[in-house]
Design a binder for this molecule. Structure first.
Ligand SMILES: [Zn+2]
Length: 89
């Protein structure tokens, strides 16, 4: 059986977002890394019927790479607050 990686091409992307540091309350803009997974144009070799069904159902999406940021002011690490880590595109 094929894995998700066989279905998608991966492109790294960066999105700007504003977060407040939970330690010092400083609001700043951060570059958050994402991975865009675009569906391949054709199913790779070795795919079986089940893979084909999964491939047909799959959609392009973006997955967030970063979970933590370092505050621009106090330099302490904090979690990216509860925003989604997977987004369909
Ligand atoms: Zn801070």
């Amino acid at each position: 059986m094929l894995s998700e990686r066989d279905f998608f091409n991966e492109t790294p992307e960066t999105k700007q977002a504003t977060f407040s540091c939970p330690h010092c309350r400083e609001r700043a803009e951060y570059a958050v890394r994402w991975l865009r997974r675009t569906k391949k144009t054709a199913l790779p070799r070795g795919a079986n019927e089940q893979d084909r069904a999964r491939f047909n159902k799959s959609r392009a999406y973006m997955v967030r790479v970063d979970d933590m940021l370092v505050c621009a002011r106090c330099r302490r690490r904090f979690d990216i607050p509860n925003s989604q880590s997977v987004v369909f595109v």
